[in-house]
Ligand binder design. Structure first.
Ligand code: ADP
Length: 391
């Protein structure tokens, strides 16, 4: 019964109050009141309420007090008050209103100053385009408050957007640069073929061979770029399953034995180890390390491969006695398009994308890569894929 009554009252209130509220909102939406004005206005209402609470009892007392014994009397609605008291009352009302006005004015100015960061934020957001992402940030000088904190957060967000935008730009520029060389080589050989190749078979064979190599390199580069772009767009799909990593390492080592000559390739250890992951992707990652071991060694150098089961964790190690890396290289080798200076100078083929891709694959299997390297002495890459929980 009680609940029904409450519900009935609630429904009635909704019927009466909601349309009124809606109309009020529609009406208010036609006006633009600054935050400063609204805050000051709110305080003014509070002051008026406080004033009424203070003045009304005083007025009531004055009207109902018999002041006939005073010299000058003034009758008003049966109540008696002295002209002195009446004037004092009016006077204090006027003073009170003036104080209210001054409060609202100075309050508004103070609030405007307080909201200054908001105005500069809105101006900065208005001016923001991709061309001026690195321009000035919002001011966070002076004493701290919530708006300054917000300005600081927006500045950090702009920094992150700028870094990401710059790295995208750098990526596009590096990719174009990498593609420019093989395109120029292909164009050069096509011209050579056009001019001399028809008569000279030697020139023709050389040109065809070069065009084949360059187009293969371009295809590899485009595939790598596509992989990275799919990863960045989060459209890269991994098909995870349980498989024995030993088989993959064994396959790749066998392939290497068949194709690569003049390197001493040894399989140090091959243990069965079950891994939960994308077989093809992990094969691609291990291939990057093996290809590098071949690329960055010379005839007579050794390459040692092992696949180890460490309490269920899979550890694949690829060691070489090749050119190795400097300390500076080690800090950058996972960056896209990074290639060490001595590798560039030695004209060893590559685009500087293999390790970035391998790293992404290993990380997406919650794995890690440890590197040990000494310049001119060789390098070792230790890849760990942790055991899947529940195996
Ligand atoms: P790429 O081999 O195509 O240049 P990577 O991303 O695979 O690209 O390697 C990046 C750089 O790391 C290489 O250019 C090379 O300087 C260095 N690097 C990678 N593996 C080795 C290695 N086994 N020995 C020496 N340097 C290496």
């Amino acid at each position: 019964m009680k609940d029904k009554l409450i519900e009935w009252i609630r429904q009635k209130l909704i019927k009466i109050v909601l349309p009124f509220r809606k109309r009020r909102m529609v009406l208010l939406s036609k006006f633009h009141f600054s935050m400063g004005f609204r805050i000051s206005f709110h305080y003014l209402l509070l002051m008026i309420t406080a004033g009424l609470i203070v003045f009304l009892p005083v007025l009531w007392l004055v009207y109902h007090t018999d002041l006939a014994d005073q010299e000058l009397v003034f009758r008003f609605n049966e109540a008696v008050m002295s002209i002195y008291v009446r004037n004092a009352l009016w006077g204090s009302c006027v003073v009170y209103l003036i104080i209210c006005f001054l409060v609202i004015k100075s309050g508004e100015r103070g609030v405007v100053r307080l909201f200054e960061p908001l105005r500069s934020m809105s101006a900065a957001a208005d001016n923001l385009t991709v061309n001026n992402l690195n321009s000035d940030r919002l001011s966070v000088e002076g004493t701290k408050n919530e708006l300054k904190d917000l300005a600081g957060t927006i500045n950090k967000m702009l920094d992150r957007i700028e870094i990401s935008y710059e790295s995208q730009k750098q990526f596009v520029s590096d990719a174009s640069h990498e593609l420019r060389t093989p395109i120029a080589v292909i164009q050069g050989y096509a011209n050579l073929l056009d001019r001399w190749g028809k008569e000279d078979t030697e020139v023709m064979e050389e040109a065809i061979e070069a065009i084949k190599n360059e187009s293969k390199s371009m295809q590899e580069l485009v595939e790598k770029l596509l992989f990275l772009s799919r990863h960045d767009k989060k459209t890269l799909k991994l098909k995870k399953e349980l498989f024995n990593m030993k088989e993959i390492v064994e396959d790749l080592a066998r392939e290497m034995h068949l194709v690569i000559e003049k390197r001493i390739i040894t399989i140090a250890m091959l243990q069965d180890v079950t891994v939960y992951g994308d077989k093809q992707a992990l094969k691609q990652a291990v291939r990057v390390f093996l290809d590098n071991a071949v690329k960055y060694t010379e005839a007579g150098d050794s390459i040692r491969i092992s696949c180890q089961n460490d309490n269920g964790d899979c550890i694949v190690t690829i060691e070489d006695t090749g050119i190795g890396m400097t300390k500076k290289d080690l800090e950058h080798i996972f960056e896209r398009f990074y290639r060490s200076e001595h590798v560039r100078n030695a004209n060893i083929n590559g685009h500087g994308l293999g390790l970035s891709i391998a790293r992404l694959i290993i990380l997406s299997h919650t794995g890690r890569i440890k590197i040990r390297s000494q310049y001119t002495r060789g390098s070792s890459f230790i890849i760990t894929i942790p055991k899947r929980l529940g195996l």
